[in-house]
Write a protein that binds this ligand. Structure first.
Ligand SMILES: Cc1ncc(COP(=O)(O)O)c(C=O)c1O
Length: 385
């Protein structure tokens, strides 16, 4: 078999190796506290399960429109109106196989071979691999705590070349949980627009912000492309459903791609998601948000007390991006030691880019507070030993 040349540029998800190690230890009877997984531990909300059951019981499980069920596109538009006070034409909303499908469709419609795209580093690792798959060139914007681990208009200007076509950001971001303030979002858009580029904003962690409600980039301009998902706030990771909002002139290209790549998003998942915006579901989700906040407020001081350095506090998502300080020489080795000797799994920085990954780790607070407290206690015992 001759693998495509592009495969050389696609890296594995390094955390998988640690997860395999964690699983092997668990198979030997060891207990592991999982803080590596970026997936909420809450079950699918009951109204969503019931909607799916009703739909499947009818047996009419067929392909839907490639852009998604019209009533779900309407429901998503309704969510923008009620939650954000922003009017979005449902015709611009594309239902996708998770934010992953949304990113692939958006970039697939936009990236030509050799095009450069600016991405924050640290950032969500799959983004650079999507760009590479499409034979574009991901260009890292190194970010740190001085800009809340998010790009600025100045950094965009400095990184922009004749080949740059766009900027992709996430707010709140993974792995840092930091937000792009509304004024900064406007200045990023102005910087991109002034250069004739395209901006994609990944809003997958919206709904999971603590103390401040994130505003959608759609309120700035209809030309900004927005990605979102039912995975995180809606607690539906395994259903594989998300959405994309594109400018009117891009709908046809995305539709052609969606028809060819996916035919349609999952029908059961879409019918389930119709219940995701119901008031009883939203009240379940908002209670979970309160729980996530409590977990963050436990983990943050706990990690600091152990000697981790958190120089930009996460305002959203469910991650703490922590400098390892004097706790180890490199984060990959430290992650291995923590699994082996403390029974705590966390993700080393390596997965999130090339910007001092050896000095950082990501802790996910996707497990219950008692488990987080146990994880902190285990690490304390290990570091003191
Ligand atoms: C920033 C970001 N974007 C996109 C995704 C993909 O999510 P999904 O395809 O489950 O919607 C993730 C998953 O962790 C993420 O962290």
């Amino acid at each position: 078999m001759n693998a495509a040349t592009r495969m050389a540029a696609i890296e594995p998800f390094h955390v998988m190796e640690l997860m395999a190690k964690a699983r092997a230890l668990e198979a030997q009877g060891r207990s592991i506290i999982h803080m590596e997984v970026g997936e909420p531990d809450f079950p699918t909300p009951q109204p969503v399960i019931e909607a799916a059951q009703r739909f499947i019981a009818g047996g009419q499980v067929f392909y839907t429109h490639a852009l998604g069920l019209p009533q779900l596109r309407e429901a998503i538009a309704g969510f923008y109106a009620t939650r954000y006070g922003v009017a979005v034409d449902p015709g611009r909303i594309v239902v996708t196989a998770g934010a992953s499908g949304a990113l692939l469709l958006a970039l697939g419609a936009l990236v030509s071979p050799g095009d450069e795209w600016l991405l924050s580093d640290p950032g969500y690792p799959c983004n650079r691999h999507f760009v590479r798959l499409l034979e574009g060139v991901p260009r890292a914007i190194a970010v740190d705590a001085t800009t809340a681990y998010q790009p600025t208009a100045e950094k965009v200007g400095a990184g922009w070349t004749a080949k740059t076509r766009g900027l992709l950001v996430a707010s709140p971001n993974n792995p840092t949980g930091t937000l792009i303030e509304p004024e900064r979002m406007v200045s990023l858009w102005q910087a991109v627009k002034a250069r004739g580029g395209t901006m994609i904003v990944d809003e997958i962690y919206h709904g999971l912000t603590y103390g401040t409600d994130a505003r959608t980039a759609l309120e700035i301009s209809d030309d900004i492309i927005v990605v979102n998902s039912f995975s995180k706030y809606f607690g539906m990771t395994g259903w594989r459903l998300g959405w994309l909002v594109v400018p009117p002139g891009m709908v046809r290209d995305v539709e052609k791609l969606a028809q060819n790549l996916f035919i349609s998003p999952s029908a059961p998942a879409q019918h389930a998601a119709l219940a995701a915006f119901a008031p009883d579901t939203l009240s379940i989700l908002d209670a979970r948000r309160v729980e996530f906040r409590a977990r963050r407020d436990l983990l943050l001081p706990g990690l600091r007390a152990l000697g981790f350095r958190i120089d930009a506090e996460p305002q959203g998502a469910f991650y703490v991006y922590a400098g390892i300080g004097d706790l180890g020489k490199d984060s990959f080795a430290l992650a291995g030691q923590l699994i082996e000797h403390a029974g705590v799994a966390a993700t080393p920085g390596l997965d999130f880019g090339a910007n001092t990954p050896d000095r950082h780790m990501r802790f996910a607070y996707t497990v219950a507070a008692e488990k987080l407290a146990d994880g902190l206690a285990r690490m304390e015992r290990y570091f003191k030993a």
